[in-house]
Write a protein that binds this ligand. Structure first.
Ligand SMILES: Cc1cc2nc3c(=O)[nH]c(=O)nc-3n(C[C@H](O)[C@H](O)[C@H](O)COP(=O)(O)O)c2cc1C
Length: 170
């Protein structure tokens, strides 16, 4: 054994791909709807992960009782399909925001922006705390894992059921 060798930095711990209980428990699902408003505009450009912002009153009224963090659930734009989503609720420490924001990334390729359209979301569970990062790449890597976690966690029957809720437009 060579005792002078510096050990390689530990790899980041692998994150579990399924989070939360088998069935959604109170207070989930939390239903919120609002008109999509322009955000800070960094979503698509810097991250390659477009996000739709909920209006401030929806964030302030409907989401005051839940912790800051990253959530998974379902989303619908106008009368479109109900699709999996990840949502960041918080201050985006990496970008040093001064306002609490609710930003939804729908896991789907959309041809165009949907400012002014109605966004309906059902928040089904909590993924993780918001974090600060040393680099934009580290933030992007974590959001890509969040997307996998959302997709896997939503495959469970209790979570699939939320999609057919009367809250969504049919
Ligand atoms: C699923 C998800 C997780 C996020 N997690 C964090 C985080 O841990 N820390 C952070 O500073 N920002 C986080 N963000 C926020 C991004 O910084 C944000 O999407 C970016 O600022 C783009 O927003 P904009 O389009 O309003 O400019 C997250 C965003 C999403 C969609």
């Amino acid at each position: 054994m060579n005792s002078t060798t510096t050990p390689a930095p530990a790899a980041p711990a692998a994150r579990p791909l399924v989070v939360g209980p088998d069935q959604p428990l109170s207070p989930y699902p939390i239903f919120v709807s609002g008109t999509v408003v322009p955000g800070f505009g960094r979503g698509s450009k810097q991250l390659g992960i477009p996000t739709a912002n909920l209006p401030e009153d929806a964030v302030n009224q409907a989401l005051t009782d839940i912790a800051i963090g990253v959530y998974y659930g379902w989303a619908q734009v106008d009368s479109g399909p109900v699709l999996p989503m990840v949502m960041s609720l918080g201050w985006n420490p990496y970008f040093k925001n001064t306002k609490r924001s609710g930003e939804v990334h729908i896991i789907h390729e959309f041809a165009e922006d949907f400012y002014g359209k109605t966004l309906r979301i059902a928040i089904a569970g909590f993924i993780r705390q918001e974090q600060n990062y040393d680099s934009l790449d580290a933030l992007i890597d974590d959001i890509n894992i969040d997307k996998k976690v959302a997709q896997k966690s939503l495959e469970r029957s209790g979570y699939v059921k939320i999609k057919s809720s009367r809250f969504f437009y049919r």
